[in-house]
Design a protein around this ligand. Structure first.
Ligand code: NAD
Ligand code: UD1
Length: 342
């Protein structure tokens, strides 16, 4: 029996594959490298000393996906494959709806054909829109403020409808807060294309000298120092959350959403200070206008995941910064240097 990991070459997928292999799971990865590099797969093997089947396919290609299911005895799926850039989703909504929604539907259709009905899905805290209150509970109002967010919300609705129509489905919807950090080896990490949109990769690229200074998007929010507050979570804690969710979907049918966050929020300036400590230098920054669409404060109430999955985050902000920096300093150009196929 094996776990199929879609998007397993990506940032969150690669870390989850390492934890799955370390825990003794047999895995099969599919990825089309639309936002990742083959090198990450080589490094998963180096870190774990374990091998796995890999298919360079697009999940939109139903026949290729059928081949994966017929050649492997798939027991459950962890579905990371998706596009995730908010700004790009506003420019190219159809690309996002096609890849994220149609891709998910095709995957579920093939799962049904092969009688596989356990899935762990990558949702996002973005489904809470502008949160009414913090910390955010799973039963808060859900809505989206951009096409990317709408793909996550729609996918969640599709999964809920699937369970209503067939109660054999067993589905965990994991709503991630802000994953940062990297595996402690410094061998795998986040490797964004171009100039990073997100805070931590931007800061680490300032640290490594690829960017000059951080733009802090607004200091007039109703937060302790006026800058935006988020719930940053170590990517390895997040990966381990998938193993717990997998255990849950193996046990019993149902559809449940879980927040994967630490429950604690940090401001942009607090993140800059924490990173400076790990990095041992200064991160120059300037305050600029708010980023359009940004919210002031967003952090999780992770109680449900603790109660029902026996999962909670254990890695703090210093470890997140230290690990982000180790990855960036060991790999100033991410995976770009080595493009050899595994
Ligand atoms: P990522 O881009 O690093 O990984 C996604 C992987 O999926 C990439 O390797 C990409 O090549 C692959 N992929 C995309 N479309 C595909 C397709 N049609 N067929 C096959 N492979 C495909 O992103 P990530 O940060 O690892 O995020 C993983 C998932 O988690 C995504 O669904 C994302 O929306 C969601 N998520 C991420 C964050 C975050 O901050 N990183 C937060 C909330 C939710
Ligand atoms: C991003 C995504 C969101 C996703 C979330 C969790 C965008 C626009 N939104 O939002 O859909 O659900 O991650 O993965 O990408 N900041 C700066 N300067 C920068 C970058 C960020 O000041 O150069 C600030 C932001 O204003 C925010 C904080 O840092 O207050 C974190 O930003 P970011 O890492 O982009 O995450 P989110 O805003 O939560």
């Amino acid at each position: 029996m094996a776990i199929l990991v879609t998007g397993g070459a990506g940032y969150l997928g690669s870390h989850t594959c390492v934890e799955l292999l370390n825990a003794g799971y047999k895995i099969v990865i599919v990825d089309n490298f639309s936002n990742s590099k083959p090198e990450s797969l080589k490094r998963i093997k180096n870190i774990t000393g374990k091998d796995f089947n890999f298919y360079n396919i697009d999940i939109l290609n139903k026949d290729s996906l059928r081949e994966v299911f017929s050649e492997n005895n798939i027991d459950a799926v962890i579905h990371f494959a998706g596009l995730k850039a908010v700004g790009e989703s506003v420019e190219a909504p159809l690309k996002y709806y096609h890849n994220n929604i149609t891709g998910t539907i095709i995957l579920c259709e093939v799962m049904e054909e092969f009688n596989v009905n356990r899935i762990v899905f990558s949702s996002s805290a973005t489904v809470y829109g502008v949160p009414e209150t913090v910390p955010i509970l799973e039963d808060s109002t859900l809505y989206a403020t951009n096409p990317y967010g709408r793909t996550k919300l729609m996918a969640e609705e599709i999964f809920k409808d699937m369970y209503k129509s067939n109660p054999n489905w067993s589905i965990a919807l994991l709503r991630y807060f802000n994953p940062i950090g990297a595996h402690e080896s410094g061998e795998i990490g986040e490797d964004p294309n171009g100039i990073p949109n997100n805070l931590m990769p931007y800061i680490t690229q300032v640290g490594v000298g690829k960017l000059n200074e951080l733009m802090v998007f607004g200091n007039d929010y109703a937060t302790s120092d006026g800058t935006g507050v988020r719930d940053y979570i170590h990517v390895v804690d997040l990966a381990l959350g998938h193993l717990k969710a997998l255990e849950k979907v193996m046990q019993e049918p149902g559809v449940e959403a879980y927040n994967l966050g630490t429950g604690k929020g940090y401001s942009v300036l607090e993140m800059v200070s924490a990173f400076e400590k790990a990095f041992g230098g200064n991160i120059p920054y300037k305050i600029v206008e708010r980023r359009a669409g940004d919210i002031g404060e967003c952090y999780a109430d992770p109680t449900k995941a603790k109660q029902q999955l026996d999962w909670f985050a254990t890695r703090g902000i210093d470890e997140m910064c230290k690990d982000s920096w180790r990855w960036q300093s060991k790999n100033p150009n991410g995976y770009a240097k080595d493009l050899k196929l595994v």
